[in-house]
Write a protein that binds this ligand. Structure first.
Ligand code: CO
Ligand code: CO
Length: 323
C-alpha cells in the first residue's frame, strides 16, 4: 500500500500539516494559526461475537488515531458495511449502540454516516478532532534519553485470530475485549498535559512496526522484553501460530531493523512483538525526568498495566535493540 501511495501525486497545500508522507496516525489541516483539523478513518470486521462489544472496539480503534496525535475528538460519522442475510437488525442496532457509547465517552458527537450492503460485516468511524498546530504529537519526534511508555498489553492480534478459531477461554476473551474497547483518551490527555515528544498507537504494524516508524528520525531504541505488558494466555496462543496474516508480514518487513540481544527470547515470544493489534495502546516517547511522574499518573487513573518498556538510544543507527 505504501508503495502505491508513493506513486500518486495527492493534492496538498500550505495548510497541510500532516499527510501521507509522514506515515502518521491522522491527517492534520491548519484552519487558523491556532486551530487545526485532525482527521482519520478506520473500520474493521468483527473481532468478538458480542455485537455491542464489537461496536465498542471498532469505535475505540477509530478514535485512537485522534488521541495518538494529542488531539481532542469533536465529531464522528458511522461507516457500516452490513450483510442483511447474516446480521439481524437487532445485532446491527447493538453494534451502532456500542459505537455511539464510545463516541460519547470520547467527548464527541455522532452526526451521520453511511451504510452499504456487503457480504462481510465491517464497522468503524470517520473521526474529526482539533488540535493547536504547535501541539501536534507526531510519531517520529523522539529525542535521545526519552523513555517509552506502552499503555495497553500486547497479544490482542493473536487472541482475536484464536477467537475466530474458537480456541480461547472466556476469561481471556473478556480480558482482550476489555483492553480493545478501552479508550486511549485518558492516556493521551495525561501525556499532553505533562508534555511529551512523540506519540503513536500500536495497531496493524505491531509493536516493532510502530517503533520502526518512530525511529525514522535516526535515533535507535532499546526495548526490554521483560518490561512489556502481555495479556496472559497470549504466549500459549503464540505457540499455535494463529496470528493474523499481517503479523507475519510485519515480521518479514520490519525484521531487518531489529536486533535481538537476548538468547532466552524464542520465536513465540518474538512473534508477539510483531503481532498486528486491534485497538492497541499508545506508545509515548517522554523525556526521562517526566517518565515516572507520567507512569504514576496513568496508574492512578486506572491504567495499572502501563509500563516503561524502553528508551531512545543516543546513537543514530536507527536500530531497534531488544534485550
Ligand atoms: Co495509528
Ligand atoms: Co489508523
Amino acid at each position: 500500500m505504501g508503495k502505491i501511495i508513493g506513486e500518486i501525486n495527492f493534492p496538498t497545500n500550505s495548510r497541510t500539516l500532516v499527510s501521507f508522507e509522514h506515515k502518521d496516525d491522522a491527517g492534520v489541516y491548519e484552519l487558523t494559526p491556532d486551530l487545526a483539523l485532525v482527521q482519520t478513518v478506520d473500520f474493521i470486521t468483527p473481532v468478538v461475537d458480542d455485537p455491542y462489544i464489537y461496536g465498542q472496539i471498532a469505535a475505540a480503534n477509530s478514535l485512537s488515531d485522534i488521541f495518538a496525535m494529542g488531539a481532542t475528538v469533536c465529531t464522528a460519522l458511522n461507516i457500516v458495511a452490513y450483510d442483511n442475510c447474516n446480521v439481524s437488525r437487532e445485532m446491527l442496532r447493538e453494534i451502532l449502540k456500542g459505537g455511539a457509547d464510545k463516541v460519547r465517552e470520547a467527548g464527541g458527537v455522532l452526526i451521520g454516516g453511511h451504510t452499504i450492503e456487503d457480504i462481510e460485516m465491517k464497522y468503524g468511524l470517520s473521526v474529526t478532532g482539533i488540535v493547536h498546530p504547535d501541539k501536534i504529537l507526531r510519531n517520529n519526534n523522539i529525542q535521545p534519553g526519552d523513555k517509552l511508555i506502552l499503555t495497553k498489553p500486547l497479544g490482542l492480534g493473536v487472541i482475536s485470530t484464536a477467537i475466530k478459531a474458537d480456541m480461547v477461554s472466556d476469561d481471556i476473551i473478556e480480558k482482550a475485549a476489555f483492553h480493545m474497547s478501552y479508550l486511549n483518551k485518558t492516556a493521551s490527555e495525561l501525556a499532553v498535559a505533562i508534555g511529551v515528544n512523540a506519540m503513536t498507537d500500536v495497531t496493524g504494524f505491531g509493536l516493532l512496526g510502530h517503533l520502526s516508524e518512530m525511529i525514522d528520525s535516526g535515533y535507535g531504541i532499546d526495548i526490554y522484553y521483560d518490561q512489556i505488558p502481555i495479556i496472559e494466555g497470549s504466549l500459549d496462543l503464540s505457540q499455535t501460530g494463529l496470528f493474523p496474516s499481517g503479523s507475519y508480514k510485519n515480521r518479514e518487513y520490519f525484521q531487518p531493523g531489529v536486533k535481538i540481544n537476548n538468547n532466552s527470547l524464542d520465536d513465540d515470544r518474538i512473534m508477539l512483538l510483531y503481532d498486528a493489534q486491534t485497538s492497541g495502546g499508545l506508545l509515548i516517547s517522554v523525556p526521562e525526568e517526566k517518565a515516572i511522574p507520567l507512569l504514576d499518573k496513568l496508574k492512578t487513573a486506572g491504567l495499572e498495566w502501563c509500563s516503561i518498556i524502553g528508551n531512545v538510544a543516543a546513537d543514530s543507527n536507527s536500530i531497534l535493540n531488544i534485550y
